[in-house]
Design a protein around this ligand. Sequence first.
Ligand SMILES: Nc1ncnc2c1ncn2[C@@H]1O[C@H](COP(=O)(O)OP(=O)(O)O)[C@@H](O)[C@H]1O
Ligand SMILES: [Mg+2]
Length: 160
Amino acid sequence: MQTATIALPDPSATARLGRALGEHARRGDCLLLEGDLGAGKTSLAQGLAAGLGITESVTSPTFTLLNEYAGRLRLAHTDLYRLTALEIASMGLAETWLEPRGVCVIEWPERLAAARGELDPEELLHLRLVQDGEGRRAELVRAEGRGAAWWAEATVDFRG
Ligand SMILES: Nc1ncnc2c1ncn2[C@@H]1O[C@H](COP(=O)(O)OP(=O)(O)O)[C@@H](O)[C@H]1O
Ligand SMILES: [Mg+2]
């Protein structure tokens, strides 16, 4: 049975869930991160980077196409919020993220619909962050194959 929801009462919980995802990430894993502005997507990506052993500070990629970081595995972090469909199509997602394969985090994956066929759905973990009182919760949107295993490992770890 997959965990459908994780309560994240404060920013440290978001960081901790991200760290668990980073620690259990394998080459080729890809996290799609939905949620309104301020939902905590970049915060979760920062925790994930820490879990990959990345010491460089991870900043919001809203004004850049793609940020890359070196850790235990390479992390590619993007935020598609302000990009047009044409810009997204010209990013070369498959070449950049899948060859050579690292771990990717994509904020605003709703904008990816047209390009989604480029990414292997077997690898995807699709989450949504939602405001919940003063805190947030992480909801599982979709995970199959490796994405489901990644989520299971991270949530077991998160719960301690
Ligand atoms: N679980 C949480 N509870 C309360 N605030 C949170 C939580 N997780 C993150 N935040 C805060 O939400 C704000 C926005 O986070 P950010 O990661 O930039 O959002 P997004 O990338 O979704 O726009 C930050 O101030 C962050 O500390
Ligand atoms: Mg963000």
